[in-house]
Ligand binder design. Structure first.
Ligand SMILES: [Zn+2]
Length: 332
């Protein structure tokens, strides 16, 4: 039952298996959600289920077709990625030319376009031709973590499947199953904001080190020393905008979780609902320097900052504005 082996998103599994059961499949779909690894795992699983020699609503992961798909050598499977920053027009033209050629081995040809939002208008308009006249044996699966960047004309021609992030409890359970001790699993499920892809990339020791740095950043922020040096350090370490956003997301997330703990400690000194249990004493003493209003103000500010950065606004300007607005509020 390999669909069962995929982590989370039961609703999506249900939709995909019902397509298979009824043998009515959309010729083009968009898989969208927070983690690109999840989207690709599901798309490849669906490619197996469509072409599996042993199962109808699922895949065996053992037959020749399943194992060729797993190794990405199956003749009727294409997994495309942007050539450089964006899809090249030739990549899309190739799909059009290939559209009417029958499958060579399997039931249907599966074309998976990763990072589908990285099509410029020209490529997207070319791609529309395939969507408008889909060949019977061809299925297109567009994967994207950024639905807003897809052309409305493309979206309107595809079945859209929205993936949801996994719950923290699901993630903790998964990590414990992978051999993590429960306390580590608990902390990591908070860090990764319910995103399996991020969890799989995390080195736990590195994470603990980062957390210690963030505690010192928070001390500086609360004491009004400023966090410019930390942000500068982040800029230098991040080789790309995407990397910077990822670091920044972690910074905002961890600071917010610590601020949340400070607030809890101000109201109730028990450890009951604390996330950063090991930092209890530090957070308790930080709480003496900050009012609940200021904690709430900071959490809200950081969330807004992250939202704006994700909307592709100018990172540097926003960060400087944040520092300015915080310092002007200091002492209030
Ligand atoms: Zn199979």
């Amino acid at each position: 039952m390999p669909f069962d082996d995929l982590f989370g998103n039961e609703r999506i599994k249900h939709i995909l298996t019902s397509y298979l059961r009824n043998n009515v499949m959309p010729s083009s779909m968009i898989f969208t959600g927070p983690g690109s690894t999840d989207l690709l795992l599901f798309a490849v699983a669906f490619a197996k289920a469509v072409n599996c020699e042993n199962c109808r609503e699922d895949f065996c992961d053992a037959c020749c077709n399943c194992s060729e798909i797993e190794r990405e050598i199956f003749l009727d499977l294409k997994i495309l990625a942007p050539d450089g920053q964006q899809y090249k027009k030739e990549q899309i033209t190739f799909l059009i030319e290939d559209n009417y050629i029958k499958p060579l081995k399997g039931e249907k040809k599966i074309n998976i376009l990763t990072e589908a939002h990285k099509m410029n208008e020209n490529s997207a308009n070319t791609f529309l031709k395939v969507l408008e006249e889909p060949a019977q044996d061809n299925i297109f699966i567009l994967l994207t973590t950024n639905m807003n960047a897809l052309l409305p004309t493309i979206k309107s021609r595809c079945q859209i499947l929205k993936f949801s992030p996994q719950s923290r409890a699901e993630i903790k359970k998964y990590l414990v199953k992978q051999g993590y001790d429960p306390e580590k699993a608990r902390l990591m499920s908070y860090l990764c904001q319910s995103n399996l892809e991020r969890i799989l990339m995390v080195d736990f020791d590195e994470f603990m080190e980062k957390r210690a740095k963030i505690l010192s950043a928070l001390k500086k922020l609360i004491n009004g020393v400023g966090v410019e040096d930390i942000l500068l350090d982040l800029y230098q370490k991040s080789r790309s905008r995407e990397k910077f956003i990822e670091y920044f997301r972690q910074l905002v997330n961890l600071i917010s979780l610590m601020l949340r703990d400070i607030m809890i400690l101000k109201i109730d000194k028990s450890n009951k609902n604390l996330i950063n249990i090991d930092y209890r004493d530090d957070l308790m003493s930080l709480g003496e320097y900050i009012t609940i209003d200021k904690v709430l103000f900071l959490i809200k500010k950081m969330e807004l900052l992250l939202r704006d950065i994700q909307r592709n606004l100018n990172t540097k300007v926003l960060t400087l504005e944040f520092i300015k607005s915080y310092t002007s509020k200091r002492g209030t």
